[in-house]
Design a binder for this molecule. Sequence first.
Ligand code: HEM
Length: 447
Amino acid sequence: MFSQLPNCITSPPWWQLLKWIADPIGFQKKYSQKYGDIFSMQLGGLGSYVILSHPQAIQEIFSQDSKFDVGRGNKLAEPLIGRNSLMLIDGARHRRERKLLMPPFHGEKLQAYAEQICLITEQIASQWQIGQPFVVRAAMQKVSLEVILQIVFGLTEGERYQKLKPLLTAWLDMTDSPLRSSMLFLPFLQQDWGTWTPWGRMKRRQRYVYQLLQAEIEEKRTKNNHNQGDILSLMMAARDENGQAMTDDELKDELLTILFAGHETTATTLAWAFYQIHQNSDVLLKLQQELDSLGENPQPMEIAQLPYLTAVCQETLRMYPVLPVLFPRITKSSINIAGYQFEPDTTLMASIYLLHYREDLYPNPQQFNPERFLVRQYSPWEYIPFGGGSRRCLGYALAQLEMKLVLATVLSNYQLALVENKSIKLQRRGFTLAPDGGVRMVMIEKR
Ligand code: HEM
């Protein structure tokens, strides 16, 4: 039994914070080599965090969900997505909100969006010119932003759509490097002195986004055109057990949450997939053969069921977790995890990266090897790209469908190549990790 935190890193807390911001992967690798499956870090000004990476510990956390607060642990994201966000609430309120939000993101509803995802991809890929290099991550961000705007917000044209698109990109790009991300972790940088400070510029853009979203909600309501099939219309029509709808503030915060959680994450993972597929010519060949086997104009849902394409997406999500760790879980009472007795108010974080690079689960983990997912099935605590338990990613089904359809659409119609033959590092981008430089590619020919 331990009342103290296990394996505490001894360097000064401010130093640990700087390292965590600048290089969260190098930081975790270093201390897992030193301490093994569990260690504790202290981030100056933010508090202590226990990092865990053993599958059994992760299973114990997921199976005792109700004993943790998660929303409270996500406070750092509040200035970006608002306090009503699903990510920031706990308990009964979280359960209610998830129930209201889940249906549009799953099952039949999702299938209806497949066609639209392929069209969006075709439209953006058709702008690539033979021989002209482009940054894949930026191109994929255009695709995933368009998917969120059209499918979630229900916007395809008009003045509001034209304004929101560049505004949202500029807003999210404000944390596109480790240095620029530091304002999310260092409260003293969160000063709103108008356009003089980065924080002030970010808040201004955010206020404008909120105004545009409010106008969109009001227009949908007055025109009484709730049922256009987009996710916002479904969110507005949803009612809880007491017949209550979501308030406008809840709707706006959830829209920003979905945008914030769903658009960069999918774009980044797609960029890594393109990178690995074109680093490994055998993977590209197998994928093309599998896609060709479907013949001309396959149904999107046939594509989504292809086993090798699925394995390529799974392996990409294994090697390149978008979040270095899952959401923090704060103990509500004393609890035993991994043989350690933790006091109330201890923050536990499962490391996606360390789990996904365990030799005992993923032999030769540095190698991109989709076949590992064809020969073995991993349990929900051995493979966690979308987290787990009651906080499992709301958009996991949409994200995987989008990944497969985008890859299939591009690989069936274009031949691409990497501009440089070099290995690309993970770099912090806000709360996420992205490929340094964004992966430069070039179109060689149309297929
Ligand atoms: C490849 C793409 C994506 C990845 C890798 C990813 C990953 C994650 C992870 C790791 C979590 C934390 C889960 C936990 O701590 O247990 C999460 C939560 C969440 N994700 Fe995703 N995500 C992706 C795409 C999306 C999309 C497309 C959406 C929405 C359309 C979305 C919406 C959310 C939301 C709302 C939460 C918070 C859930 C809650 O607190 O109940 N994500 N995601």
